[in-house]
Design a protein around this ligand. Sequence first.
Ligand SMILES: NC(=O)c1ccc[n+]([C@@H]2O[C@H](COP(=O)([O-])OP(=O)(O)OC[C@H]3O[C@@H](n4cnc5c(N)ncnc54)[C@H](OP(=O)(O)O)[C@@H]3O)[C@@H](O)[C@H]2O)c1
Length: 198
Amino acid sequence: MKIIIVGATGTLGKAVSAELAKRHDIVKASLNKGDVKLDMTSFASIESMFKQVGKFDALICTAGAGHFGPFAEMKEEHFYTGIKSKLMGQINLVLAGRNFINDNGSFTLTSGILSEDPIRGGAGLSFINGAINSFTISAAIELPRGIRINAVSPGLVEDSAGMSPYFPGHVLVPMHKVVSAYVKSVEGGITGQGIRVY
Ligand SMILES: NC(=O)c1ccc[n+]([C@@H]2O[C@H](COP(=O)([O-])OP(=O)(O)OC[C@H]3O[C@@H](n4cnc5c(N)ncnc54)[C@H](OP(=O)(O)O)[C@@H]3O)[C@@H](O)[C@H]2O)c1
């Protein structure tokens, strides 16, 4: 399969790329360091990435930011950070990608544990993760041509242990378990699933 990985140069993306590269052709896409560059906060940039790469069989997104900080200090614009990047960035990858994905292809997005297991300072990400999961279940029932869509929802992964002080009591998730969720979404047959890896 030809698989585009948006965020391939990041913590999750590097590990997912390394595993899938054993069996597939990987197009590494990201903001600065990828073989193909895009800014997922811009629909025009996403479209131009697809025009450059052409037809593909699967797209994985392991990128997308949101605001992190105390709820008491959050203003409206802080919520838009995640909406513009992690939420609409991923939705726009699906909207634009629909015109380039092959029959029976798949989209795999990334949400995260904060949708249902909140931490202090995480309000700007929790609502985004929930929205990604909800978008996934709804898009799945209308995507044509056998195209599937899933969202991987990881807990804090062991490679991001530096964030542990912000996640008290959270058990770090082994990277190989997170990678397996992306493999399941791309190589398996499921659709409309939020794949929890806690
Ligand atoms: N790490 C975890 O434990 C964990 C757990 C649950 C959920 N998540 C979620 O998984 C996603 C990835 O996390 P991570 O820890 O792997 O992040 P990371 O290490 O910071 O990597 C971010 C990746 O996204 C790319 N990127 C950043 N801004 C972009 C933009 N505007 N357009 C396109 N690409 C952009 C970066 O590209 P360059 O390298 O080229 O700059 C890099 O490849 C995030 O949404 C995060 O919330 C992570």
